[in-house]
Design a binder for this molecule. Structure first.
Ligand code: F6R
Length: 612
């Protein structure tokens, strides 16, 4: 989704802004722009539709834009098509103010009418231009950009992260935030804003997160933050514990491949620090044993792949806890009048911690009295901050749009949470507890073993990359894992793909199976292996070309019926999807590679979905 970066210091701003925007490219965007104030108080705005390279070429890598203060933006269109005019920054009609904005201003139509009535003209279709012109209107009225910003934020409704510069103030920019992420970066003789720390990590790891209603005035040597009532406040600063190399490809062709390969290490970071003397220690959790014993129901709420983690979690947590667990898409939950009260635990899962639907569902659940426990990757993100409890996955930055290591670490952490609760509730026996911990400790090494031998997956990808439709079938945990395998394939290779619970196939969808249809049959869930086999035979009888995935111990049995079989090491049932998903990620990756797709930046997708 949209990205913001802002810089003020002694160096030329434009190249720094371009570099920051490049680091935000992974979030998905369709146009980009920068605005820089020169020492002569000239406000220069340059923007272009398409890749950042187009903008960079226009301004010679930033050399043709002079000035040490500026803001930049990558836009993912919401209001108005992607084109040069709708791209940010937006410049006010009087040329005094330029604005970059993430979020959506809900009352922009009313405000635009108000301004049109006062002679203001609009050239774009965006809600952001309304903010810009409103700022110019108040600035013309009061002559103080700071006061004008406060007048504006008291009039606009909706979500915003704003970066604002004014031609008359070449030494400072202003930032404001509500319901859209924005952070301040503190440098040596320079300061920054960014929607995502990746944009500025090269320059500083010393940051603070802006809260809703806050406004910051930022110069090269000072940062002053104010609350919504214009009172100055002290911000807590934090140190980002990963560096720029974590956000670079490190020799891999794509971030996605790098992140797939990083999974064993990421799982070690997620899990191993939380295991002591073979026991799970969740020091970061505030909820106590009494609360856990009193939980009447658990909701797991998330979107996309994080939702798929929740589907695995439903099976595993219900088994471990003997309590009802409902997994719900965040976008559905918020409008479903959900049955939630004080005894409901809501587990929110999000890599970015900024997904708008998930955030809205969290707030809905919180307002109904639920305890919110989130599993989040991005430290300090909005979901993490608004939750009663947060468990970080510590997977490090995930840059590829298609999630892999975040999915895997969420899955492990959710299982660990289940085991931790199960121990307190007495629903997991001592021996089962130990067996699960043993397997967890072995999991990263088993994954490594798989990642060292990817030839068969490359081979299968080359067999199937030109298929136009694929079905993933499986039962129970295999079905849950199939949802993720299918999403990975479709989002990066653009092949139509569906995941089906095998038993449900015959109730309609089997009519789509014909000669040569690719069916990826998942048979890693040992208790239902025989049933998985029956479903394989069923689709083969309709002409399907089956590629099967099973565990080493079931491989021989599977090979009696299916020629093309991928095997994964055996694990405890609850971790089997953690291993099974790896070949599915790799299959999607190699298929997309062979189809020449833009793997790290698939079309129409954004890394962090901050619109409804
Ligand atoms: C798919 C993918 C998305 C995200 C979804 C939720 O590969 O990455 O489906 O899982 O947009 O995002 P987070 O986890 O950031 O809330």
């Amino acid at each position: 989704m949209c990205g913001i970066v802002g810089f003020v210091g002694k160096e030329q701003a434009a190249p720094i802004l371009l570099d920051g925007l490049e680091r935000l490219e992974y979030r998905g965007y369709d146009s980009a722009g920068i605005a820089v104030v020169s020492a002569k108080h000239e406000l220069q705005v340059k923007k272009a539709k398409g890749r950042l390279k187009v903008l960079s070429d226009i301004i010679q890598g930033g050399k043709s834009v002079e000035g040490t203060l500026g803001i930049g933006h990558t836009r993912w269109a919401t209001h108005g098509e992607p084109n040069d005019i709708n791209a940010h920054p937006h410049l006010s009609g009087d040329g005094k103010v330029a604005v970059v904005h993430n979020g959506i201003i809900e009352n922009y139509v009313e405000l635009r009418d108000f301004l049109k009535g006062r002679g203001y003209k609009f050239c774009s279709e965006t809600d952001t231009e309304v903010v810009t012109q409103l700022l110019a209107y108040y600035y013309a009225e009061c002559g103080d950009i700071f006061d004008a910003v406060f007048k504006v934020i008291h009039r606009i409704e909706g979500a915003y992260a704003l970066g604002i510069i004014c031609a008359d103030c070449p030494d400072r920019f202003i930032a404001a935030r509500k319901d859209a992420p924005l952070l301040i970066g503190y440098g040596e003789g320079c300061n920054f804003i960014a929607s995502d720390v990746t944009a500025i990590i090269k320059h500083t790891r010393d940051i603070s997160y802006m809260e809703d209603g806050e406004v910051a005035v930022i110069t090269a040597d000072s940062v002053q933050v104010y609350d919504y009532m214009e009172q100055p406040i002290e911000k807590e600063r934090c140190f980002v514990d990963w560096d720029v190399s974590a956000a670079e490809k490190g020799g891999y062709a794509h971030f996605m491949l790098k992140e797939i390969m990083e999974q064993p290490e990421a799982i070690r970071k997620t899990a191993f620090n939380r295991i002591r003397d073979n026991r799970i220690i969740l020091e970061d959790l505030k909820i106590d044993a009494d609360y856990i014993k009193g939980i009447s129901k658990i909701f797991i709420i998330a979107c996309g792949s994080s939702y798929h983690v929740g589907v695995v979690g439903k099976y595993n947590l219900e088994r471990m806890l003997r309590k009802p667990v409902e997994v719900c898409l965040a976008s559905e939950f918020r409008y479903s009048d959900p049955l939630v009260d004080e005894s409901t635990l809501v587990i929110v899962i999000s890599q970015s911690g900024e997904t708008l639907d998930t955030m809205a569902a969290l707030r809905e659940a919180k307002s109904l009295g639920a305890h919110i426990l989130s599993i989040v990757n991005v430290v300090g993100s909005s979901i993490a901050r608004e939750s009663d409890d947060v468990l970080y996955t510590w997977a490090g930055p995930e840059i590829a749009v298609a999630t892999t290591k975040a999915y895997s670490t969420q899955l492990v952490l959710l299982n660990m949470l289940g085991l931790y609760f199960g121990d307190i509730l007495g629903t997991v026996s001592r021996s089962e507890y130990s067996a699960i911990i043993d397997e967890l400790l072995r999991l990263p090494a088993k994954m490594e073993q798989m990642l060292e031998h990817t030839d068969d997956i490359k081979h299968f990808a080359s067999n199937y990359f030109n298929h136009s439709s694929v079905f993933f079938i499986g039962r129970n945990l295999d079905y849950a894992m199939g949802l993720e395998g299918s999403l990975k394939l479709k989002e990066i290779s653009y092949i139509h793909s569906e995941a089906y619970a095998s038993g449900e196939l015959k109730h309609g969808t089997i009519s789509l199976i014909e000669n040569g249809t690719l069916v990826i049959a998942l048979g890693t869930y040992a208790p239902l292996f025989d049933k998985a086999m029956s479903n394989v035979v069923e689709v083969q009888a309709r002409g399907a070309d089956v590629l099967a995935l099973t565990t080493e111990s079931h491989a021989a049995e599977m090979r009696k019926t299916v020629e093309n079989v991928i095997t994964v090491p055996e694990s405890h049932t609850i971790f089997q999807p953690s291993l099974g998903v790896v070949p599915l990620q790799l299959f999607a990756y190699y298929v997309a590679l062979l189809r020449g797709c833009d793997i790290d930046k698939p079309r129409n997708l954004a890394k962090s979905v901050t619109v409804e």
